[in-house]
Design a protein around this ligand. Structure first.
Ligand code: THU
Length: 131
C-alpha cells in the first residue's frame, strides 16, 4: 500500500474517534477497515456498564463490513486519543480479523509514529477451522 493511502485510512479512523463510547476506561479507540473493493468501514469501541459486554473498535469495524457483504480486508488503521498507550489490537480482535484475511496490514498510531505489521505476524498459528 502507498503511504498516501495509509495516511488517508488513518485520517478516516481519526474522524470517527469522536463517536467512541468509553465512559468507563476513558480510552477511546477508532478503527478504519479498508476492504478489497476499496470501501472503508469504521468502528469505535462501545463500552457497557456490564464491563464484559464492551466491544473493541476493530471488531465493530469488521462486523459492520461483514454484515454488508465484505470478506476481504486489505488494511486496518487503529487510533486512540491517548498520547501514550498505542491501541495495538487485542488477541480477540486479531483472531476475528484472521478469520477473513491473514495478510491484512495492521496500522497503529503510536507516539513514535505509525506501527505497521501484517496480521499473520501479529497472530502466528491462529486457530483456523478451514485447515
Ligand atoms: N480497545 C479497543 O477498542 N481496541 C484496542 O485496540 C485496544 C482496546 C478498547 C476496549 C476498551 O473499551 C478500552 O479500549 C480499554 O481497554
Amino acid at each position: 500500500m502507498l503511504c498516501g493511502e495509509i495516511e488517508e485510512l488513518v485520517k478516516k479512523a481519526e474522524d470517527a474517534l469522536k463517536n467512541a463510547y468509553a465512559p468507563y476506561s476513558n480510552y477511546r479507540v477508532s478503527a478504519a477497515l479498508l476492504c478489497e473493493d476499496g470501501s472503508v468501514y469504521t468502528g469505535v469501541n462501545v463500552e457497557n456498564s456490564s464491563y464484559g459486554l464492551s466491544i473493541c473498535a476493530e471488531r465493530v469495524a469488521v462486523f459492520k463490513a461483514v454484515s454488508e457483504g465484505q470478506r476481504k480486508f486489505k488494511a486496518i488503521a487503529i487510533v486512540s486519543d491517548s498520547p501514550n498507550i498505542p491501541p495495538l489490537p487485542c488477541g480477540a480482535c486479531r483472531q476475528v480479523l484472521a478469520e477473513f484475511s491473514k495478510d491484512t496490514l495492521v496500522v497503529v498510531k503510536t507516539p513514535e509514529g505509525l506501527f505497521k505489521g501484517e496480521l499473520k505476524d501479529l497472530l502466528p498459528y491462529s486457530f483456523d477451522f478451514t485447515k
